[in-house]
Design a binder for this molecule. Structure first.
Ligand SMILES: Nc1ncnc2c1ncn2[C@@H]1O[C@H](COP(=O)(O)OP(=O)(O)O)[C@@H](O)[C@H]1O
Ligand SMILES: [Mg+2]
Length: 506
């Protein structure tokens, strides 16, 4: 609720946006994208922030972090000095927009205010990362300035959390964000298409497109092969790489037959599954296969039945024919302290701000659901059990990040023979970016010496396990992908010539 006018008779609604747009490419003000907002001040035109007692205090109470803005003074507090001395409303809007965007996580600094040639309005120009967030920061900024002018009570927290919700809805997924950040660092123009993860890098004939770790050169056939765990294994086996023995079953009888041929223990997993869904590990006999089949396998139709292989989960990322990162993946777990329950320990782990639902965050929250309870029950525990101090309790059967797993960087440990094997695997499948899932007791030992196997190849692999490992060195996977898309010396932009002038004369 904003009062129409305050005690000094100022009509706050005279401060109004007359035009608001995002300039997505190189533009009049800057080579990088900006939000451009034309505002009219009406009766506020001759006034400054110093003319309205309480304005500065109300604004700073709503967004306390404005205290840090240096502005033209080049030191923290500079902007507050300008406010107190008296500065124009467009300038205030510029700072408010930049600060609101910064507070929700954008890295923006560029801001400028210019009068329109006819003197009727002002243009406020600010940088942005997410278009919707940039536009909304201006709209909310104007509302906030009006409220401060009108002496309205202001809920700065609500203002910000609304903007944060928009940011969370529109922000790029973590893999795309990593690639986009690297492109920006290299000065390569970035333009997002739509609200998903489809992004254009570069301009004109040098333009490349990505979506997460899929590129415009990722082969559809290769991705289809990777999607089928059985065909993948055939292709890998053809060039002598070790994969688990097994076959595809479409009925429980066939599953039992296959298990009998290859020997127990076996695992069951969906032929076209992902993210660890629908997997039954370590089935020791016919009864266990039957139980797993009726307990869920039916819904997937085709299931891979293969030998259960012991070993730790590893992910090897191959970009453009080269291994660029290796991670060991550790299933979701908690470590006991002798007093708290498993449930309390999970809550503690999930308080980590990096953890969120699904794939949108750097880490995924550990789910507390049937799957967790079942897995605990198999080990004779419940969510209310109290593990001993330093005791590690696993919560899921598989190490997929999407069920709360974490990763340890092992890039420096992988044996050179294994590097060759992985590069051959990605090459034979035909993927420009491939994530290989490998079971081995130790990635620094040649696969052939410790019965390691490649269990699947992922097209469009997630990369957060390499860029944000729970332990070990983060790897600049975005850099490797950009090197592939724009190899040394390759151009990313074309000359842009703009012709401007008055309608009818140019
Ligand atoms: N043959 C196997 N032996 C032992 N564990 C396996 C086997 N196959 C899969 N797993 C386990 O299940 C997890 C998921 O299997 P995977 O084939 O990678 O499917 P998804 O596409 O769901 O990730 C693996 O990371 C591994 O921990
Ligand atoms: Mg996998």
């Amino acid at each position: 609720m904003i009062r129409e006018s305050n005690s000094s008779g100022i009509r706050v609604s005279e401060l109004e946006i007359v035009r608001l747009r995002a300039q997505r490419g190189p533009n009049y003000w800057r080579l990088a994208p900006v939000i451009a907002c034309d505002i009219r001040l009406g009766g506020l035109e001759p006034l400054t922030s110093a003319d309205l007692p309480g304005f500065t205090e109300r604004l700073l109470a709503a967004i306390p972090s404005l205290h840090g803005h240096p502005c033209s003074r080049g030191r923290a507090g500079g902007f507050v000095e300008r406010l107190k001395e008296g500065t124009g409303w467009p300038h205030v809007l510029e700072h408010v927009s930049l600060e609101l965007q910064t507070l929700v996580g954008a890295d923006v600094e560029f801001g400028r205010v210019v009068p329109s040639p006819d003197g009727a309005s002002w243009s406020v120009i600010v940088g942005y990362e997410q278009e919707e967030v940039g536009l909304e920061s201006i709209r909310r900024g104007v509302d906030l300035i009006r409220a401060c002018l009108g002496g309205e009570p202001i809920d700065g927290g609500a203002l910000l959390s609304g903007l944060r919700d928009i940011h969370d809805q529109v922000r790029l997924g973590p893999s795309t964000a990593v690639i986009v950040e690297e492109a920006r660092r290299r000065g390569i123009p970035v333009r997002r298409l739509g609200t998903g993860s489809m992004v254009q890098l570069g301009l004109g004939c040098y333009l490349r497109r990505i979506r997460a770790t899929a590129t415009d050169a990722t082969s559809i056939i290769a991705a289809d092969i990777a999607q089928d765990k059985d065909i993948t294994k055939q292709v890998l086996r053809n060039i002598g790489l070790a994969v688990p023995v097994g076959a595809v079953a479409r009925s429980v009888e066939r599953a039992i037959e296959i298990a009998g041929e290859i020997g127990y223990p076996v695992i069951l997993k969906p032929l076209a599954g992902n993210q660890g869904r629908g997997i039954s590990l370590r089935l020791d006999d016919e009864a266990a296969v039957r139980a797993a089949w009726t307990g869920g396998a039916e819904r997937y139709g085709a299931m891979v039945v293969e030998r259960h292989v012991d070993g730790r989960d590893h992910r090897v990322l191959v970009v453009n024919g080269r291994v660029v990162a290796v991670a060991e993946r550790v299933a979701a777990h908690v470590t006991g302290d002798g007093s708290r329950t498993v449930r309390e320990l999970i809550e503690e782990v999930n308080r980590d701000p990096r953890r969120g639902a699904g794939h949108a965050n750097l880490l995924t929250a550990i789910p507390v659901d049937e799957g967790t309870e079942e897995f605990l029950a198999a080990g004779g525990r419940t969510l209310e059990s109290v593990p001993a101090a330093d005791e590690r309790v696993f919560l899921r059967p598989t190490a997929n990040l999407s069920t709360g797993g974490t990763s340890i960087d092992r890039t420096d440990d992988i044996h050179p023979d294994n590097v060759t094997a992985c590069e051959m695997a990605a090459g034979v499948i035909g993927l420009d970016i491939a994530g290989l899932d490998i079971l081995t007791g130790d990635i620094s030992v040649p696969f052939k010496q410790n019965d390691a196997v490649i269990i699947e190849v992922n097209a469009v692999p997630g990369i957060r396990m390499h860029t944000h490992p729970a332990a070990g060195r983060p790897r600049n996977v975005g850099g490797a992908i950009l090197d592939m898309l724009f190899p040394d010396g390759a151009r990313a932009t074309i000359p842009v010539i703009a012709v401007t002038g008055t309608n009818g004369k140019t």
